[in-house]
Design a protein around this ligand. Structure first.
Ligand code: ADP
Length: 304
């Protein structure tokens, strides 16, 4: 498997505050990597370090196979949109793009027009950027990040401020870049459900730490429905649940028990618990959604 980006124990400390805390993250060539975390989790700081906009306090970055100072020349292969796009408000969208292209040494005729069309701003290309809505500015920022056809595209919260149609357009565009240009894309968001529609791998960051890195398949397995049991004595209930042959279960922080397989055996579990003398306050099948999963993970719930 070829990796475009690997980090090893990457850290960024601001005074006493560790904004990125020993993050070891892995992005494969040609994939869309969803970087998910609440506001303030450390996503932007991490991405800035990869792009050379912030200096790591410690740890290592391996970019396109290069390490140490050698990564600098590979940074030209990254296109990024981090925080506010650098837009000249008094220039049109097209002219903003032309400036970016000229700065990169690209003088190809019609190229800026091609980029603006890709992000759905064809009709607004001649309009001054200061008249753009937040969503339009965001799309222009993505078009600028695409100039030069980077091998790795790093987008920090690119769907912020977009309406549902704008979100769908950006999503389709990113999928097209992946399939048609084999571009590797790292995209951050605080909305897991949005990333789930496009990403192949997910990195979940909380308080600067990468709490989980998992494939789409692993994530969808974890987001399956489960049986939730609330009893007066969790330890006793667990003994009985194990007697029935269940070992894929978790005891949550609040003492409730989650069973992830053979949900159709709910009645049997209930009978066994009652017969063993447990008071069953509640037993039901819960449909786990992605957002719940993410909140549980970033809210510090323990798995048994
Ligand atoms: P996210 O992108 O996930 O919202 P950030 O990377 O922007 O998170 O921020 C992570 C933490 O680092 C936040 O608590 C933020 O206040 C802090 N931080 C970010 N940049 C700086 C800075 N230049 N100086 C001090 N603290 C910073």
């Amino acid at each position: 498997m070829e990796y475009v980006l690997n980090t090893e124990n990457l850290c960024k400390q601001y005074s006493k505050y560790l904004a990125v805390d020993n993050v070891s993250l892995h992005i494969k060539r040609g994939e869309i990597y969803g970087f998910i975390g609440k506001n303030g989790a450390g996503k932007t700081t991490f991405m800035k370090m990869i792009c050379g906009l912030a200096f790591p306090t410690s740890g290592e970055i391996e970019l396109f196979g290069a390490k140490g100072n050698a990564i600098n020349r590979h940074r030209t292969r990254i296109g990024n949109l981090i925080e506010e796009p650098g837009i000249f408000p008094n220039l049109s969208g097209i002219n903003n793009l032309k400036c970016k292209c000229y700065a990169l040494g690209i003088y190809r005729k019609g190229y800026a027009e091609h980029l603006i069309e890709m992000v759905g701003l064809k009709d607004a290309g001649k309009k001054k950027a200061r008249k753009y809505s937040l969503g339009m500015r965001q799309r222009l920022g993505i078009a600028m990040a695409l100039a030069g056809e980077p091998d790795l595209l790093i987008l920090d919260e690119p769907i912020n401020g977009l309406d549902p149609q704008g979100i769908a357009e950006v999503r389709d565009m990113l999928l097209k870049l992946k399939t048609e240009k084999n571009m590797t894309i790292m995209i951050s968001s605080h909305i897991l459900e949005e990333l789930y529609k496009i990403a192949d791998t997910f990195g979940i960051i909380n308080n600067g730490k990468l709490v989980q890195e998992l494939s789409r398949e692993e994530l969808s397995n974890k987001c399956n429905d489960y049986i939730e049991i609330i009893v007066n004595d969790s330890a006793k209930a667990c003994t009985n649940i194990e007697k029935l042959g269940f070992n894929d279960y978790s005891v949550m922080e609040d003492g409730s028990i989650h069973i992830y397989k053979e949900l159709e055996r709910l009645g049997e579990i209930n009978r066994e618990l009652v017969l063993s003398g447990c008071t069953v306050n509640s037993i039901k099948v819960v449909q786990e959604n992605l957002e719940n999963y993410f909140l549980n993970l970033t809210g510090g719930v323990q798995n048994a």
